[in-house]
Design a protein around this ligand. Structure first.
Ligand SMILES: Cc1cc2nc3c(=O)[nH]c(=O)nc-3n(C[C@H](O)[C@H](O)[C@H](O)COP(=O)(O)O)c2cc1C
Length: 322
């Protein structure tokens, strides 16, 4: 047990990050059942739509799961918080905005609050506001990204030295080596998005999973930088068109329209890569198979242990030589 597994009441310190609008009960339940923490990402879904997923999830698992609310993305923050209370969801993760106004109420109802941040400054603020776990997400990550562009390897130790609350590393983690590295940087858990899409239980379109297997790390590219609407996606024909439009000075309004959640759903769920896009992180370069979630988690734990012992052996041999 460590502080993260203790607080979240889970076996392994591995969290499935929220995936706005394409989150579903099957993947979240599979992760929770396998000993990690599944999450429903509310995205821009209506509270009624989210409620359907919560109800389904509760029929599949009685293990803990989380609700992710992207504060500046959804127009329904208050109603979603009410849903977490009504359905007794023990953990709420707050991203894409200032979590401070919402934490006292969540604590009043005994919830564990995770705050997703991308800088040391925001981690300190989130801790001061009462967040129980700080999830630090590096620029390698899939989906909407911070304009600060800090990568996981440098971000985690900066935050670990500045806060007392447990830190979870996100962005670029997809196997046991990544888990081991995150722990060595001082994190007490990992949050994963991209790797969980390429699993048997994830009900996303097969083309999404195929793309993740075929893509190399350099195929996970940034769009929207010129407009301050940064998102990491897989390089597909639709994305190349988006980049071309950006190069030719597309308006922010038009860019928002063509990168709206509607186009995300078209790509991820319908597999329509001519009209839709796929969020994807740089870790796509490591993905070569489509395991069951439980196989992935067990393998991550086993490999992490091996990796840490191999590292220690290496260090010991270095200090005893010469
Ligand atoms: C398809 C997809 C949708 C995502 N949507 C959200 C979201 O709605 N809210 C959020 O906080 N993070 C979102 N993320 C980020 C993940 O929760 C997670 O932090 C991130 O994917 C970790 O980096 P990785 O992709 O390298 O594993 C999304 C990621 C993916 C792959």
């Amino acid at each position: 047990m460590n502080r993260v597994t203790n607080l979240l009441n889970i076996k392994y310190p591995i969290i499935q990050g929220g995936m706005g609008n394409i989150s579903n009960a099957k993947l979240a339940a599979a992760v929770s059942e396998a000993g990690g923490l599944g999450t429903i990402g509310c995205g821009t879904m209506t509270p009624e739509e989210v409620e359907v997923i919560i109800r389904e999830l509760k029929t599949i698992t009685d293990k803990p799961f989380a609700l992710n609310i992207a504060i500046t993305v959804t127009p329904y923050v208050e109603s979603l918080l009410e849903l977490s209370i009504a359905y007794d969801i023990p953990i709420v993760s707050l991203s894409a905005g200032n979590p401070a106004p919402y934490i006292p109420k969540l604590h009043e109802y005994g919830k564990i609050v995770m705050a997703i941040v991308a800088s040391e400054k925001h981690a300190i603020k989130a801790e001061a506001a009462g967040a129980d776990i700080i999830v630090a997400e590096g620029y390698e990550a899939a989906g909407i990204n911070s304009a600060l562009e800090l990568t996981t390897f440098t971000l985690i130790p900066q935050i670990v030295r500045s806060v007392r609350k447990p830190v979870v590393a996100a962005g670029g983690i997809g196997d046991g080596k990544g888990l081991a590295a995150a722990l060595m940087l001082g994190a007490e858990g990992v949050q994963i998005g991209t790797r969980f899409i390429a699993t048997q239980e994830a009900p996303f379109h097969e083309r999404y999973k195929e793309q993740l297997i075929q893509a190399s790390g350099t195929d996970a590219i940034i769009i929207g930088r010129s407009l301050g609407r940064i998102r990491r996606v897989l390089q597909t024909s639709y994305v190349m068109e988006l980049l071309d439009k950006e190069k030719h000075g597309v308006s922010a309004q038009e860019f928002n329209r063509i990168t709206s959640e509607k186009h995300h759903v078209l790509g991820a769920i319908k597999g329509d890569l001519e009209n839709g896009f796929l969020n994807g992180g740089q870790v796509t370069g490591l993905i070569q198979d489509i395991p069951f979630v439980s196989e992935l988690l067990e393998d991550m734990m086993k490999t992490a242990r091996q990796q840490v012992s191999a590292g220690l052996e290496q260090l010991n041999s270095l200090s005893s030589s010469r």
